[in-house]
Design a protein around this ligand. Structure first.
Ligand code: UT7
Length: 321
């Protein structure tokens, strides 16, 4: 059977790292509150010249180097972002050009914090249907540019960054590597829980992020544990079979509560929320890259990716490394 196999991963962070203490100099908050309520200790914030596109390009270059492929071998770029460089064209096309590619399909996917799962699902479907052979799937964000820095309930939670995976169509055996199952969901009726109060067709302004944190928290734990159950069922596995969960990094308490609901030991979670904060669509591939590079994720491991965000949207993917 044909599956989408991960050949390599890469990531990129802005140069500037901002600690909780530094943030507390300008925002009415404290290192203690942020650590206790979220697990976040620092975040990276894009500076002049650093954009979603430049971070995505750097992550894609690192993923191609890790995979040992050149841009001539790529025939698809899917980029998940809610903070594109421009309203259009898609940031994916700018990344394609910056990588020296041309001609093949490149587009953005918008599903906010679950964007990377939506992008993976799309790329995997295109690979399995024969539309693409080798894809770069990217999650990249500069949420610092849509934060209300006067709203302490949101601005302390997010950071900027990018992560990327290279996927390749391979003929594999049943127990071989590749994406095994992906499930995606949306409930548009909850759009007011987490949204940006602007846009090209409404206010004509970019807008700022607004969130009812407690409501999002409650839905996140329920939705994430249930969608993880769905992909496990579809592929014929149980939680105990999982080697690593690479979750969306929104809040340490969400990660702990989701793991508890599934009966998964905390040691099986790849956690980067302390260092990266919530980087929206970038958080899953960033965490994947960290765990692959530090040797935790090994060939043959059963890996679950999951994320939940504005919309609401959520999803999970089960794969064998
Ligand atoms: O990636 C997309 C998904 N997003 C998420 O998953 C976020 C989900 N939500 C959360 O992570 C949590 O709900 C938050 C971290 C946003 C908030 O944590 P919480 O434990 O739900 O706190 P809360 O909103 O109930 O606020 C508790 C208190 C309030 O004060 P009072 O009303 O009890 O006096 C807030 O005003 O904490 C106060 N507070 C702060 N204090 C210091 C809120 N933000 C801050 C802050 N610094 N930054």
């Amino acid at each position: 059977m044909i599956r989408s196999v991960i050949l390599g991963s890469g990531s990129a962070l802005p140069k500037r790292c901002v600690s909780n203490d530094e943030l507390a100099q300008t925002v009415d908050t404290s290192d203690e509150w942020i650590r206790e309520r979220t697990g976040i200790t620092q975040r990276y914030i894009a500076g002049e010249g650093e954009t979603t596109g430049t971070l995505a390009t750097a992550a894609a270059q690192a993923a191609m180097a890790d995979a040992g492929v050149t841009i001539e071998q790529i025939d698809l770029i899917v980029l998940a972002t809610a903070t594109p460089d421009n309203t259009f064209p898609a940031t994916a096309t700018q990344v394609q050009s910056a990588l020296g590619g041309s001609g093949f399909a490149a587009f953005d996917v918008a599903a906010v914090c679950s964007g990377f799962l939506y992008a993976m699902g799309t790329a995997d479907s295109m690979i399995r249907s024969g539309m693409a052979k080798r894809a770069i799937v990217i999650g990249a964000e500069t949420f610092s540019r849509i934060l209300d820095w006067e709203d302490r309930t949101t601005c302390v939670l997010f950071g900027d960054g990018a992560g990327a995976l290279v996927l390749e169509a391979q003929e594999v055996a049943e127990d071989g590597p590749g994406v095994l199952a992906t499930r995606l969901h949306a409930e548009g009726e909850h759009c007011e829980m987490l949204y940006v109060d602007g846009g090209p067709s409404t206010t004509g302004e970019v807008g700022k992020l607004r969130m009812k944190g407690r409501e999002v928290f409650r839905h996140a734990v329920t939705n994430l544990s249930s969608v993880l159950g769905e992909v496990l069922d579809e592929a014929g596995y149980v939680p105990a079979d999982i080697d690593w969960v690479v979750p969306h990094q929104a809040n340490q308490r969400i990660l702990d509560a989701t793991a508890k609901k599934l009966g998964l030991p905390k040691e099986k979670l790849v956690v980067t929320v302390a260092q990266h904060a919530n980087t929206s669509a970038a958080s899953v591939p960033l965490a994947y890259d960290v765990a692959r590079k530090d040797g935790r994720i090994k060939k043959g491991d059963l890996i679950a990716l999951e994320a939940m965000g504005g919309g609401f949207t959520w999803g999970a993917s089960l794969l064998r490394a």
